[in-house]
Structure formats: structure tokens, C-alpha cells
Ligand binder design. Sequence first.
Ligand code: ADP
Ligand code: MG
Length: 695
Amino acid sequence: MNLAPPLDERPVTSLRGVGPSLAATLARIGLCTVQDVLFHLPLRYEDRTRVVPIGSLRAGARAVIEGEVQLAEVVFRRRRALLCRIADGSGFLTLRFFHFSSAQQDALVRGTRLRCFGEVRMGPGGLEIVHPEYRQITADASVQVDESLTPVYPTTEGVQQGRMRMLTGLALAQLPGGGLRDWVAPDLLGPIGLPSLESALRYAHRPPQEADIHLLNAGRHPAQRRLAFEELLAHQISLRLLRQAADRDDAWPLPPRGDLVEPCLARLPFQLTTAQRRVWGEIAGDMAREHPMMRLVQGDVGSGKTVVAALAALRAVEHGMQAAVMAPTELLAEQHGRNFLGWLEPLGVRVGLLTGRLTGRARAALTGALAEGAVQVAVGTHALFQEGVEFARLALAVVDEQHRFGVHQRVRLREKGLADGRYPHQLVMTATPIPRTLAMTAYADLDVSIIDELPPGRTPIRTVVLPETRRDEVVARIDAACRSGRQAYWVCPLIDESDVVRHQAAEETAAVLASALPGVRIGLVHGRMPGARKDAVMNSFKEGRLDLLVATTVIEVGVDVPNASLMVIENAERMGLAQLHQLRGRVGRGSVESTCVLLYATPLSSIARERLAVLRDTNDGFEVSRRDLELRGPGELLGTRQTGLMQLKVADLGRDADLLPEVQRAADLMLGGPQANIGALLRRWVGEGERFGKV
Ligand code: ADP
Ligand code: MG
């Protein structure tokens, strides 16, 4: 008799070689049980089952090659590097090392045979691999190659790929008799012909040598789709349960009174657009009901969502209640805080700004005022919903730039606001325009309003698509713009999880631009910098003390610098269209015509060319996302998953969009039938399943 607990209750320490300290490290990436390890799927796959002739390689490939060292030398260009040229008769290739020991250097003598693995890229002197894995081999004793495709896992410091592979291997070995339940009834999967859970997991972790690696790397293999289907189903159900719960909950009904909203509208220096007025009407209608509003406002960057949120806050204040407005970063919270102060304080409404930076006595004063109800509108970051922050009468919670907040935060927000048996109205605002089918999935718990019109008088952004070879012209353009008092952004995207250069890329770019543009004041921000330093640089840029801001994509969200009218985005071909559209929304906020230059590395695939052309041809975010979905093909590196629309592990809303109708149908069936399996399904994929209602 097997007395071991089922896999979802078996701790990782039951795997051979996992002690308490490794278990703690694994817990950092959410791996606590054997089931968690099984659902920790590879990011991609590598084919190390055969040696590829150098002459057949193309940039972007990851391959095993074998060749003889022809030449090794240390060069000093931008940085000191060891270059080693190897050839195999079909062609030659350079191995480039930025970090190397003298022993390494000495071993790479002419005639040495090497077997190498790495990502091939186009370098200054032809194809090259930066920091390959390599070992020396002798011509006769042939070294074994791998038998199945090599999975590459998301991992964390202290856990190497090899260890991750070993762990998944051990977890797979526990599958037979492990009691892993398939919560999705086979008749729900039948119509789309997807495999069983167990075989899907086996295949995804250990694809056989003959597997289609392109299909796998595109995430389109039936085994992967089976898991994506289950994940999407779990999320769909969790959101619907959340909505059902909200529709049973009580909220303060806040019908129109007019004593603050109307005066605010009258004082604004502009008139609301038709779209803003329509959306405000929808919000006001929801707030008048006695169940909590659960509404999402979608509106392209610059469409004027903030003022609509301010009106909703005033509606709460008209009834003697409070409103909280949460932004994803300190900088954005401050920006909103300034706007709200400008609009609300003249009407006698007190606005408080609560961020992580507010400490000590000032913080205590504000939290005290919120608890008493003396401050009616609180604007802030996550800090708003921390322990110790209490509201006297919170009736409205606004979350801006929703794509940084997952469903868990939405659940917590709901719980935090509960007082006297009533829940606050919720308003979520996002600038990520997505097509209807996606919205129905990602926001199944929310009603959706769309601001589909920009305020009048905006000068559209001109988007130019250029090859990297014309970088010098672009640099000259920046010089001219900055000299004439305008400001510019230079965006360097993060390449991918394995790239050795990472944040160094932004640092290097900043250094290169600094030497090319001696008269220009340059600042740098990237994700690795501490928050306070990042904000300090952003603020200097905002206040005009810097002319050019070199950044990774951390500047994506909401920051308003009207004087910035030029943006350059490097390696644009590697980024998602929605993200590029968001980024370019940082310019075009003032009255001068703005330009966005999309630089791409050559050669550019025809699909990538078409995708960039979409941005050149339209400024409409919804149109961009519609075309993106049509064009999205394999090779897409940064899709919906990474931009964080939903926190998905396996599925990608864009890539797996064709599964959505079946997911909806399966959710209907599971919610309509006996609900015994639902709790377990949610715990597997969403976690904390019990918080979504009584399942
Ligand atoms: P987003 O929707 O991207 O959050 P914001 O709310 O930041 O956009 O608005 C962008 C700018 O447009 C702000 O400076 C805001 O004051 C201004 N704005 C908003 N609505 C209108 C309007 N109806 N007419 C003119 N300007 C407006
Ligand atoms: Mg905004």
C-alpha cells in the first residue's frame, strides 16, 4: 500500500538531494511541493542532440558546434575581450569572452578542438557566440551528445539549470501512482484533441529527440497547449467566482448629488471628450447601485483616464465617504497626487499622498487623518493597502495601470476595503488596449468601459522604422533636438533571461552616447537600480535637468514629461507591439510634433518587418493590438505574458487566443456542474483558491 501523500502535498524535501536550504531557495520561486516542480515548465528548449556545421548557422540559433581553434587574441575596443576563431571546414565563427582567465586563454591554442554551445549572433566580424559553454575534445574519442531535447527552466540564484533538470526528472519519476489528479474532465478536452495531463507533463519536460523544437519553442505543441488550456480555465473560473461574490456583496449606493462633481467639471480648463463623458456616465451608474462596482476603464495612453477617476473620487466624497487611488510606482503616485490636488483641493476636498517614502511623523499624521476621515482622498502606491493603514469610510478604490496588478491584488483590495459589511466600489484603469475576446478572458470579473477618443489638439506621433546601421543619423538627431531645448528618451530593452550583457547593455549605451554627445546631459535608469535612485533620475529628467534619458523598459508606464518629444527604441524587433505602443506614448504629450524611432537589428524577418510597419502606420492602440494578434507568430519573444496582463505561468493570452472560446465553454460547464474539482484546480494554478468564494 502506498502511504505517501499525493504530489500536491508532498514537500520538495521528499525529492532526493533536497535539504532545508535548497527547499528555502526553491520556495522563492514558488516551488514547495512535488506538484509545483512538475508544473514548473521549461522556458524553452535547446537541441544538443547533434553537432551542426558552422556554415549552416544563422544568427539567433542556439546550437552545438565543433571546430578547431585557428586564432585566439585579446583585443581592446570598447571593452577588453578574448576572441577565438574556430573553423570546421564548412565555415568559421568567433567565440567572444569578456571575462576569462589566463589559463583559459593559454588553453585556446591553434589546433585545439572544441565543442561549443551557445546563441549565435551577428558580430562585427561575422557570426559569433558570446560566452559559449565549451570543452576541449580529442578528434578520435567522440564525446556523447544528449538524447532528448534539453529543457531550459526559469530559475533563481543558487539553482543551476542542471539541478533544475535533475529535480524535474525526480518529480516525473514520482508521477506513476503519485495521485496527480486530472481535474479537467476528458469530455471538456475531447473537442480540441489535447493529451492527458500526465503525458503532457512528461512531454513538456523531456521532449524526445525527434520532437519539433520550433513548435515547442513557439509554445504551440499540444502538450503545452494542454497545460495552457488548464491554466486559462483555472483563471477564468477564479475571475467568474470573484465576480459572483461581488454581485452578492453590499456596497454604499452613491447616486448623483452634484455638489462636487459639477463644480469640478466647471472649473476644468478643458471639456471632457464625448468618450470620457460616456464612460463617466457608466461609472456613475455603477456607483449608484448597492453592489460594488467592478469596472475596468480601457483607454489608450493620453486618453484622459485620470480626470475620470477624479470624478469618481468626488462622487464618493459628495456622500461623505473616502476614495483611494493606487498607482504602480512612486513617481506615478506623485504625478496623480499633483493632479488630484490641483483639481480637488480648490473644492475643499483634502487629498493625501501616501507612498513608501512617507515615514515617521508625517506618515503617522496622514494615516491618522485617513482613519478619522479628515483626509477624503488618498493617492499612493501599494503602501495604501498595507497593515496599519485604515480608512474611516472607504467607498471607492481606484487602481491605475492595472497591468501591474494581478487578480490576487484585486482580491486583497476587496478584503481590505470591507467595513460594516460593505465593500468599496472598484475602478480599474488600464492603457493596454486589447481586443474583446482577450478582454473577456483577462477581465472576466469586470465590466469594461472604453475611452476610444483622444482629447483634441494632440499632434500625432510620427513613427520611423530604421535599421541599426543608421544609428549615427539618429544620434545626430538627438543632438539637434537636445540643443534646441527638447528632451529625448533612448530605450534599450532587456534581451532575454540568459543574456550575459543584460543591464550592462543600458550602461554601455549610456556611456557610448555620452562620448558621442558631449554637450548633452544624460541620465540612466534601469530595473536593477534602487527605487529611490531611479526616481531621482526620473525626476531630474522631468524637471529638465537632464536632456536625454537612457532607460530599459522601466519607463513604460504613465510618466508625463511634455517636453520630451523624441524617443529611440533599440532592438524594437524584439519587443511586443503593445509594449512598443505604450513606450512611444511617453512622447507626444506636448504641442510639438513628436517622433519615435524604432531601430531594428538586421536581418529582419518579414513578419517582424510587418509588425513594425503596424506601428508606423497607426497611432491607435486598439488597432495596434488587433493587428498584433493577427500577425503574432512563432519567434515572438515578448508577448502578453511578459507584459503581465495576467500572471500566467504557461499560457500566453496572445498565442493561445484560439483556445479561449473552448476555455469559456469549459468554464460554463464546470461552474454549472458539481463543483468538487474546482477548488483543487484553482489551488494548482491560481493559489489560494478558497479566497475566490466558497468552492
Ligand atoms: P492617461 O489616460 O494616459 O492616463 P491622462 O489622464 O494622464 O491620460 O491625461 C493626459 C493629459 O490629457 C493630461 O495632461 C490631462 O490633463 C489631459 N486631458 C485629459 N482630458 C482632457 C480633455 N478632455 N481635453 C484636453 N486635455 C485633457
Ligand atoms: Mg494614466
